[in-house]
Write a protein that binds this ligand. Structure first.
Ligand SMILES: Nc1nc2c(ncn2[C@@H]2O[C@H](COP(=O)(O)OP(=O)(O)O)[C@@H](O)[C@H]2O)c(=O)[nH]1
Ligand SMILES: [Mg+2]
Length: 196
């Protein structure tokens, strides 16, 4: 069975743990501990190592089933030792940024920089969460910031509600379609090269 390893990254409070709990068909392994940083995110617990869940995408007869492994990584930089381990395994990233974050563009750019390799390895989509809590900035504002910093990258941006299965599944499926399309182009290109 083929596999995808997808990271859910983003600042503390963006909705990574919620998204994996919403998506996963297997019991989520979560490593929550008391949050000692209530100033950054006012919630009782926070992820200290990772969240892990899985979802099986059914083949349609012609294609095989695919197992998608979902890893939610801790938002704080002091856990960045976990970032490098997971970065190596991953083939794509759903970057969640909450719209009510103090500096949402800076937060987004920090993760796009840190996990930029994943764009070349597979793909990245950005999900803007908590748009119901704060209705500014708008999704196109994020796209504009990405285009100004990475003019050659195609990174879709959506509004995502991690509590809603359809919403978060849509972001994941867009990412997987993106990864598979690019893998196909790569194999066509290497086939063409071999034929020369
Ligand atoms: N209203 C609202 N709450 C959200 C949304 N996304 C996440 N949350 C809530 O925000 C809080 C932080 O989410 P969590 O998954 O722990 O964030 P993490 O730090 O990225 O793992 C939780 O209470 C979620 O239920 C959203 O789109 N709207
Ligand atoms: Mg979490």
């Amino acid at each position: 069975m083929s596999e995808h390893v997808i990271l859910f990254a983003g600042p503390m409070g963006a909705g990574k743990t919620t998204a994996i709990q919403t998506l996963s068909e297997t019991k989520v392994i979560a490593t929550e501990a008391t949050n000692n940083d209530r100033e950054t995110a006012d919630k009782p617990t926070t992820t200290v190592a990772l969240d892990y869940g899985t979802i099986l995408l059914g083949g349609d007869g012609d294609t095989e089933d695919e197992l998608v492994r979902l890893y939610g990584i801790p938002g704080q930089r002091r856990f960045s030792f976990m970032w490098s381990i997971l970065k190596r395994r991953a083939t794509g990233m759903v970057l969640l940024v909450h719209n009510d974050a103090p500096k949402p563009f800076d937060a987004m750019l920090e993760f796009l920089d840190e996990f930029g390799d994943l764009y070349d390895k597979g793909g990245i989509v950005v999900g803007i969460t908590r748009a119901d809590v704060s209705n500014r900035p708008l999704v196109p504002d994020y796209s504009e910031v990405i285009a100004s910093v990475y003019p050659n990258r195609l990174i879709p941006v959506f509004a995502v509600d991690p509590r809603n299965a359809d919403s978060v599944r849509m972001a994941l499926m867009t990412l997987i379609a993106n990864i598979e399309m690019r893998a196909m182009f790569r194999s066509i290109a290497s086939g063409a090269q071999a034929a020369v």
